[in-house]
Design a protein around this ligand. Sequence first.
Ligand code: HEC
Ligand SMILES: [Cu+2]
Length: 345
Amino acid sequence: MQSNSWVPLFPDQASSFAWQIDYLYFYLILISIAFAIPIVAAIFFFAIKYREKEKFATPEEIHGSTTLEIAWSIIPFVLSMTIFLGGAIVYFNQYRPPENSMEIFVVGKQWMWKFQHGTGQREINELHVPKGVNVKLTMTTEDVLHDVFIPAFRTKADVVPGRYTTLWFNATEVGKYHLYCAEYCGLNHSGMGGWVYVMEPKDFENWLAGGGTGQTPTEIGKDLFMNKLGCASCHAGGQNQRGAKLEGIFGTEVKFVGGGSAKVDEEYIRNSILNPSGQVVEGFQPIMPSFKGQVTEEQLLALVAYIKSLTPNSAPTGTTSTPAPSTPSANANTATKSAAANSNK
Ligand code: HEC
Ligand SMILES: [Cu+2]
């Protein structure tokens, strides 16, 4: 439960990097206090000591002091550099999700949060995660700017229309924690929030198992790709494939007609679907139609998950099944792994 730590002003520390943010914060407060108190004291002291005693007194002349000047240069330099270093370390930790994270998709919408797990479970305004597992959220929004904020994890990130942002955490304490939208997003902004439930990995597995029969994002993506949107008519393997090869492109570098290149990540795949003529892959004609307006953000995330799951040897006509993973931490890679296993047979 949301119980308070030694200072009632602070929420629980429930993620692996929460203490780092708190240390940095206390360090800043400490420095502020260490400067504020002597300055205020000096104001009073000097006001009294140098109050006007006689009219038109000529003060004594003061010449420079090298010691003093060096001191007031070096001390602030060291202080500001330690603040910078501390901030940079915390920032690097927070904004680079570890490779093997369990992935959850998030779509913000006025005024709710929609979550989808790699195994297909969907949740609204509630997010269940296992303790001690790296969890990566890939997030976007159907309408305006929102911002995911989980105070107990000391992390937040904007959720921006038209692109993917990510956030990761590793929850360290079982419990129920607040989830907020931290970007004013309209009339019911203050009501846009919910709860994050951190569970023991075992309980989490049980929860996943009891979560109904939803299709996984990869399966939904495959269905869209094969049937609903007709991507396969151009992208299915074979001799006369008209579209670019999609198997195994995730994480690679693609070259474009007219120069330039990009690394294939979630954002790139999303752009390729919505705005194909913006970056035409070398060796291909710009014949792919834009799917802007025909797919929702949730469908886009599913297509991204599906394309990510395609390995170099798997034709998009078959091998991508996504069995329920045995350990939550394996979620992220299950699709790729099983596809690879299949194609090695
Ligand atoms: C009319 C044929 C056609 C259809 C339909 C089509 N594509 Fe494409 N697609 C292409 C061609 C040609 C390219 C390469 C040229 C380019 O980048 O626009 C391409 C490129 C791509 C790329 C970038 C590949 C890379 O290597 O960088 C992605 C991702 C992609 N398509 C996904 C899809 C998805 C998802 C759908 C269905 C929603 C789809 N395509 C439907 C023809 C098609
Ligand atoms: Cu919001």
